[in-house]
Write a protein that binds this ligand. Structure first.
Ligand SMILES: [Ca+2]
Ligand SMILES: [Ca+2]
Ligand SMILES: [Ca+2]
Length: 237
Protein backbone atom coordinates (compact mmCIF):
# COMPACT_ATOMS: atom_id res chain seq x y z
CA UNK A 1 0.00 0.00 0.00
CA UNK A 2 2.78 2.43 0.84
CA UNK A 3 4.32 2.06 -2.60
CA UNK A 4 1.00 2.62 -4.31
CA UNK A 5 0.28 5.62 -2.16
CA UNK A 6 3.72 7.11 -2.75
CA UNK A 7 3.17 6.78 -6.48
CA UNK A 8 -0.26 8.32 -6.11
CA UNK A 9 1.15 11.23 -4.17
CA UNK A 10 3.86 11.70 -6.76
CA UNK A 11 1.10 11.90 -9.33
CA UNK A 12 -0.66 14.53 -7.24
CA UNK A 13 2.51 16.60 -7.04
CA UNK A 14 3.08 16.28 -10.77
CA UNK A 15 -0.51 17.27 -11.45
CA UNK A 16 0.18 20.44 -9.55
CA UNK A 17 3.27 21.17 -11.59
CA UNK A 18 5.49 20.68 -8.57
CA UNK A 19 9.22 21.18 -8.54
CA UNK A 20 9.73 17.42 -8.70
CA UNK A 21 8.35 17.24 -12.24
CA UNK A 22 10.49 14.79 -14.14
CA UNK A 23 11.44 12.95 -10.95
CA UNK A 24 8.61 10.46 -10.84
CA UNK A 25 10.71 7.35 -10.29
CA UNK A 26 9.86 5.78 -6.96
CA UNK A 27 13.49 5.61 -5.84
CA UNK A 28 14.16 9.29 -6.47
CA UNK A 29 14.44 11.44 -3.36
CA UNK A 30 11.53 13.69 -2.49
CA UNK A 31 11.65 17.04 -0.72
CA UNK A 32 12.57 16.59 2.95
CA UNK A 33 13.64 12.96 2.49
CA UNK A 34 16.96 14.53 3.45
CA UNK A 35 17.27 17.56 5.79
CA UNK A 36 18.01 20.99 4.32
CA UNK A 37 21.07 22.70 5.82
CA UNK A 38 21.23 26.47 5.30
CA UNK A 39 21.89 29.75 7.09
CA UNK A 40 18.31 31.00 7.22
CA UNK A 41 18.78 33.88 9.66
CA UNK A 42 22.02 35.20 8.18
CA UNK A 43 24.10 34.87 11.36
CA UNK A 44 26.86 32.89 9.64
CA UNK A 45 25.86 29.53 11.17
CA UNK A 46 23.67 26.96 9.50
CA UNK A 47 20.32 25.65 10.69
CA UNK A 48 18.62 22.39 9.75
CA UNK A 49 15.13 21.99 8.31
CA UNK A 50 13.87 18.44 8.63
CA UNK A 51 10.81 16.23 8.71
CA UNK A 52 10.17 15.37 12.36
CA UNK A 53 8.50 12.00 11.89
CA UNK A 54 5.60 11.04 14.16
CA UNK A 55 4.58 7.68 12.64
CA UNK A 56 5.46 5.35 9.74
CA UNK A 57 2.83 3.44 7.77
CA UNK A 58 3.64 0.18 6.01
CA UNK A 59 1.65 -2.70 4.60
CA UNK A 60 1.82 -4.30 8.06
CA UNK A 61 0.40 -1.22 9.78
CA UNK A 62 1.88 1.74 11.60
CA UNK A 63 5.07 1.80 13.62
CA UNK A 64 7.32 4.27 15.37
CA UNK A 65 9.96 6.32 13.52
CA UNK A 66 12.50 6.39 12.07
CA UNK A 67 10.72 5.52 8.84
CA UNK A 68 12.38 3.81 5.90
CA UNK A 69 12.66 5.41 2.48
CA UNK A 70 9.42 4.71 0.65
CA UNK A 71 7.26 4.42 3.78
CA UNK A 72 4.28 6.67 4.03
CA UNK A 73 4.82 8.76 7.14
CA UNK A 74 3.36 11.59 9.13
CA UNK A 75 5.61 14.44 10.19
CA UNK A 76 5.98 18.08 11.12
CA UNK A 77 8.43 20.44 9.44
CA UNK A 78 10.93 21.34 12.14
CA UNK A 79 13.70 23.93 12.13
CA UNK A 80 16.64 23.21 14.45
CA UNK A 81 19.21 25.82 15.46
CA UNK A 82 22.18 25.02 17.67
CA UNK A 83 22.43 28.49 19.12
CA UNK A 84 24.11 30.02 22.16
CA UNK A 85 21.48 28.80 24.59
CA UNK A 86 21.44 25.26 23.22
CA UNK A 87 19.47 23.51 20.51
CA UNK A 88 16.21 25.23 19.61
CA UNK A 89 13.48 23.57 17.55
CA UNK A 90 10.67 25.48 15.86
CA UNK A 91 7.64 23.68 14.43
CA UNK A 92 6.72 25.32 11.13
CA UNK A 93 3.81 23.17 9.92
CA UNK A 94 0.85 21.07 10.87
CA UNK A 95 1.25 17.30 10.94
CA UNK A 96 1.25 16.25 7.29
CA UNK A 97 2.25 13.21 5.23
CA UNK A 98 4.24 14.19 2.15
CA UNK A 99 6.41 17.10 1.04
CA UNK A 100 5.98 18.17 -2.56
CA UNK A 101 8.14 21.30 -2.23
CA UNK A 102 10.89 22.29 0.21
CA UNK A 103 13.60 24.71 -0.83
CA UNK A 104 15.50 27.78 0.30
CA UNK A 105 14.82 30.67 -2.04
CA UNK A 106 15.20 34.44 -2.29
CA UNK A 107 11.48 35.06 -1.92
CA UNK A 108 11.76 38.67 -0.72
CA UNK A 109 14.07 39.64 -3.54
CA UNK A 110 16.80 41.14 -1.34
CA UNK A 111 19.63 39.19 -2.97
CA UNK A 112 19.88 36.59 -0.18
CA UNK A 113 18.35 33.15 -0.62
CA UNK A 114 17.30 32.67 3.00
CA UNK A 115 13.56 32.17 2.86
CA UNK A 116 12.04 28.72 3.25
CA UNK A 117 9.30 27.64 0.82
CA UNK A 118 7.44 24.42 1.45
CA UNK A 119 4.31 22.61 0.35
CA UNK A 120 3.03 19.61 2.28
CA UNK A 121 0.20 17.24 1.50
CA UNK A 122 -1.95 14.79 3.43
CA UNK A 123 -4.85 12.42 2.97
CA UNK A 124 -5.45 9.31 0.93
CA UNK A 125 -5.44 11.27 -2.33
CA UNK A 126 -3.00 13.97 -1.26
CA UNK A 127 -5.66 16.67 -1.32
CA UNK A 128 -4.83 18.07 2.08
CA UNK A 129 -2.39 20.93 1.59
CA UNK A 130 -0.37 23.36 3.68
CA UNK A 131 2.14 25.66 2.01
CA UNK A 132 4.19 28.55 3.38
CA UNK A 133 6.98 30.92 2.57
CA UNK A 134 8.76 31.98 5.76
CA UNK A 135 11.39 34.63 6.48
CA UNK A 136 13.58 34.35 9.57
CA UNK A 137 15.62 36.58 11.87
CA UNK A 138 18.02 36.25 14.78
CA UNK A 139 16.22 36.85 18.07
CA UNK A 140 17.63 38.63 21.10
CA UNK A 141 19.04 35.38 22.47
CA UNK A 142 21.01 34.68 19.30
CA UNK A 143 18.64 31.94 18.12
CA UNK A 144 16.60 31.82 14.95
CA UNK A 145 12.96 32.89 14.99
CA UNK A 146 10.26 33.50 12.41
CA UNK A 147 10.44 37.11 11.25
CA UNK A 148 7.33 36.81 9.07
CA UNK A 149 5.32 34.25 7.15
CA UNK A 150 5.29 35.96 3.76
CA UNK A 151 2.68 33.64 2.25
CA UNK A 152 0.41 31.00 3.72
CA UNK A 153 -1.85 28.72 1.71
CA UNK A 154 -4.71 27.93 1.75
CA UNK A 155 -6.09 30.89 3.69
CA UNK A 156 -9.16 33.03 3.03
CA UNK A 157 -6.88 35.75 1.65
CA UNK A 158 -4.86 33.41 -0.59
CA UNK A 159 -7.56 31.28 -2.23
CA UNK A 160 -9.55 32.62 -5.15
CA UNK A 161 -13.25 33.33 -5.42
CA UNK A 162 -15.21 30.10 -5.62
CA UNK A 163 -17.68 29.66 -8.46
CA UNK A 164 -21.26 29.54 -7.15
CA UNK A 165 -22.28 26.14 -5.82
CA UNK A 166 -18.73 24.81 -5.45
CA UNK A 167 -16.29 24.14 -2.63
CA UNK A 168 -12.49 24.42 -2.58
CA UNK A 169 -11.14 20.96 -3.51
CA UNK A 170 -7.37 21.37 -3.28
CA UNK A 171 -4.52 23.62 -4.35
CA UNK A 172 -0.82 23.73 -5.19
CA UNK A 173 1.91 26.33 -4.71
CA UNK A 174 5.00 26.85 -6.83
CA UNK A 175 7.70 29.51 -6.73
CA UNK A 176 9.57 30.31 -9.92
CA UNK A 177 10.61 33.19 -12.17
CA UNK A 178 7.34 33.02 -14.11
CA UNK A 179 7.45 36.59 -15.35
CA UNK A 180 10.77 37.96 -16.62
CA UNK A 181 9.26 41.45 -16.61
CA UNK A 182 8.92 41.35 -12.83
CA UNK A 183 12.11 41.31 -10.78
CA UNK A 184 12.76 38.12 -8.85
CA UNK A 185 10.57 35.11 -8.27
CA UNK A 186 6.80 34.92 -8.50
CA UNK A 187 4.32 32.50 -6.92
CA UNK A 188 1.72 30.49 -8.74
CA UNK A 189 -1.22 28.87 -7.02
CA UNK A 190 -3.40 26.39 -8.82
CA UNK A 191 -6.62 25.30 -7.17
CA UNK A 192 -9.70 23.35 -8.06
CA UNK A 193 -13.34 23.65 -7.01
CA UNK A 194 -15.90 20.86 -6.89
CA UNK A 195 -19.66 20.74 -7.07
CA UNK A 196 -21.32 18.35 -4.60
CA UNK A 197 -22.12 15.89 -7.41
CA UNK A 198 -18.60 15.87 -8.92
CA UNK A 199 -16.81 12.51 -8.81
CA UNK A 200 -13.67 12.57 -6.65
CA UNK A 201 -11.43 12.54 -9.71
CA UNK A 202 -12.92 15.42 -11.48
CA UNK A 203 -13.59 18.89 -10.08
CA UNK A 204 -15.63 21.35 -12.14
CA UNK A 205 -13.29 24.36 -12.12
CA UNK A 206 -9.60 25.21 -11.98
CA UNK A 207 -8.04 28.56 -11.15
CA UNK A 208 -4.43 29.65 -11.72
CA UNK A 209 -3.26 32.76 -9.87
CA UNK A 210 0.11 34.54 -9.99
CA UNK A 211 1.53 36.58 -7.12
CA UNK A 212 4.35 39.12 -6.99
CA UNK A 213 6.33 40.19 -3.95
CA UNK A 214 5.76 43.72 -2.66
CA UNK A 215 8.65 44.83 -0.46
CA UNK A 216 6.76 47.78 1.04
CA UNK A 217 4.33 45.40 2.75
CA UNK A 218 6.57 42.29 2.90
CA UNK A 219 3.78 40.29 1.33
CA UNK A 220 2.58 38.92 -1.97
CA UNK A 221 0.02 40.62 -4.16
CA UNK A 222 -2.16 38.82 -6.68
CA UNK A 223 -1.54 40.20 -10.19
CA UNK A 224 -3.17 37.70 -12.53
CA UNK A 225 -5.84 35.05 -12.09
CA UNK A 226 -7.80 32.91 -14.49
CA UNK A 227 -10.69 30.53 -13.86
CA UNK A 228 -11.53 27.78 -16.35
CA UNK A 229 -14.35 25.25 -16.43
CA UNK A 230 -12.98 21.73 -16.72
CA UNK A 231 -14.38 19.19 -19.17
CA UNK A 232 -16.81 16.60 -17.84
CA UNK A 233 -15.44 13.06 -17.65
CA UNK A 234 -16.94 10.72 -20.23
CA UNK A 235 -19.16 8.05 -18.70
CA UNK A 236 -17.70 4.53 -18.82
CA UNK A 237 -19.15 2.29 -21.56
CA1 LIG B 1 22.05 30.87 10.91
CA1 LIG C 1 15.91 36.94 0.67
CA1 LIG D 1 10.24 37.42 -12.22
Amino acid sequence: MSRALRCLLLGVALAGGGVIAGAAAESDPLPLDEPIVADLDGDGRTEVVRALETACYTEEGSRKPPCERGDLRSFYVELVDTCATGALALTLSREMEFASLAEVVDADNDGNARELAFELRAGATGRGVQAKIVRFKVDAGGCISVQKTLFSYPRPETIGKRPKGTAFATGYLNIHDYDKGIKGLELRTIETYSRPADPGCCPSFRRATFWRYVSATSSYKRYRTKLVRLPRPRPAV
